[in-house]
Design a protein around this ligand. Structure first.
Ligand SMILES: [Mg+2]
Length: 310
């Protein structure tokens, strides 16, 4: 009889609980030792989820864990880490054609995209938000065959994330980005590029290019919330030409500060696709992670590719 009761209890549990795949990057923002993991899992449980917990160990594990564990029995994927972890998990979702919702608990040192989405800084609050929120469609970018969530960049500001050692990232947080970016201004060699975005072509020497779908980039640049829509099927292309003197540099800085993006030195366009040809190989950063440069690069939007709860 005891066995039957146990069996019935299990059937009961199996019927009422939905299953949540929880992917955690333990290295992101390790300075926050007070991660309330038990409280977060209890929060999931209170909302009817049985939680399968997986930890990433090395680069790319976020994608592999989704591929290996997000089967039919999983109802929701939640990842906890920085923007790089989110990128990996969403890449995995793209690979397996995941069409159920996913959520993000930002626990990295720099959570640009989390700030952009207005996610709570408190981890337990972020978990609660996922449990009570409504899934919203989010566009995903593809750059040379790799998925990215909010930015593909090259030039100043873009190298800073993967150039900064993890310990410095944790210590300095946002400040590391800005500092590294400033240091680059004097050292940076402009690159020659021809970019055809939808039907328009830009050609010249640039110090920065980004294709993004976000309100904030590396803490150094903001885009107006009335201007950017994360689910409009369009990404913003932002190009900054090389300043020839201090006057031009000042005009660029002012354009960025005033968010005036129609000057001879700063261009912003809303685009669906782009082809870029470089005379020299220039490395890129996808959501803050290194992407090797190529002579010929290609970008396209996958509209409403992910249902994200935020
Ligand atoms: Mg958009």
């Amino acid at each position: 009889m005891a066995f039957e009761a146990f069996w019935e209890y299990n059937i009961h549990i199996m019927n009422i609980y939905k299953r949540l795949l929880f992917i955690i990057n333990p290295n992101a923002g390790v300075r926050r030792r007070e991660v309330p993991l038990a409280d977060i899992i209890m929060c999931f449980s209170d909302h009817g989820y049985e939680t399968v917990v997986c930890f990433t160990k090395e680069h790319g594990d976020g994608t592999r864990l989704v591929e290996g564990h997000a089967g039919d029995s999983i109802d929701l994927i939640v990842c906890m880490g920085g923007d790089g972890t989110l990128n990996e998990v969403i890449s995995g979702c793209q690979k397996i054609g995941w069409d159920k919702p996913m959520g993000y608990i930002p626990a990295g040192s720099t959570n640009d995209f989390a700030a952009s989405l207005g996610l709570p800084g408190d981890l337990l609050e972020a978990a609660e938000r996922i449990m009570t929120g409504t899934p919203q469609k989010l566009d995903i970018g593809e750059f040379n065959g790799r998925s990215f969530v909010y930015t593909a960049s090259c030039g100043i500001f873009s190298r800073t994330s993967y150039d900064t050692p993890q310990s410095a990232k944790n210590l300095l947080g946002h400040f590391a980005y800005i500092l590294e970016g400033m240091k680059d201004i004097t050292q940076f060699q402009p690159y020659e590029m021809k970019i055809t975005a939808d039907d328009e072509t830009f050609e010249g020497n640039f110090i920065f290019a980004t294709i993004c779908n976000t309100f904030s980039l590396g803490g150094v640049m903001t885009l107006d919330r009335d201007f950017v829509d994360l689910g409009d099927g369009l990404f913003e292309l932002l190009l900054i030409t090389v300043p020839k003197d201090l006057v031009q540099l000042n005009l660029i800085v002012r354009a960025l500060l005033e968010q005036n993006y129609d000057t001879p030195y700063v261009k912003v366009r809303k685009i669906r696709s782009a082809e870029m040809i470089f005379s020299d190989i220039t490395d890129w950063s996808l959501d803050g992670e290194y992407e090797q440069g190529r002579e010929h690069c290609r970008f396209e939007v996958h509209p409403a590719a992910v249902q994200m709860i935020y």
